[in-house]
Design a protein around this ligand. Structure first.
Ligand SMILES: [Cu+2]
Length: 167
């Protein structure tokens, strides 16, 4: 079969490009640990607050020792229940350097869970538990916002992480 010279160049160029993209994809997974968040479990939206063994019955932060924390947060129209409130804002308060695993479940519709300046950007789909682990190295206040349109009060749906400086 005859292939024109220029066509051959383009085939080679396109193949190299595909190979480069594929290599970048593999590298991002293996070297940088980039991956799509998986559902961490299933939960009936109607039972979120009764589901004691999943930790959502009492939302809040649990100290797992060694500066590791486990946070259970319930998302609903149009607020987050983090088990703590500071100045009217639902809050998660952790010390500097804390490694926090967020477990978020929705009681109603799909919500978002995004923490500014940190690698947490997850969808909270009713029926599943969304999980993300992040380290808070710098003291400060970081907003958590819902970035999935969830109705009339969506723009007011927020919370915060307060990272307290270590002494
Ligand atoms: Cu929303």
């Amino acid at each position: 079969m005859h292939i024109d010279k220029f066509e051959r160049y383009w085939i080679v160029a396109a193949s190299l490009m595909l190979g480069a993209f594929f290599a970048a994809l593999i590298a991002s997974t293996i070297v940088f640990g980039v991956h799509l968040p998986d559902p961490a479990g299933r939960i009936n939206p109607a039972d979120v607050e009764d589901w004691t063994n999943q930790g959502f019955a009492t939302p809040g932060l649990r100290d797992m020792g060694d500066n590791h924390y486990e946070a259970h947060i319930v998302a609903q129209m149009w607020l987050y229940n983090t088990g703590d409130v500071v100045d009217g804002v639902p809050t998660v308060r952790v010390p500097q350097g804390a490694v926090v695993t967020f477990n978020v479940a929705s009681k109603d519709v799909t919500h978002g869970f995004y923490i500014e300046y940190h690698n947490v950007n997850i969808m909270v789909i009713p029926g599943q538990i969304s999980r993300a682990t992040v380290t808070f190295n710098r003291p400060g206040t970081y907003r958590i916002v819902c970035h999935e349109y969830c109705g009339n009060g969506h723009h007011n749906m927020n919370a915060q992480v307060i990272v307290e400086p270590s002494a």
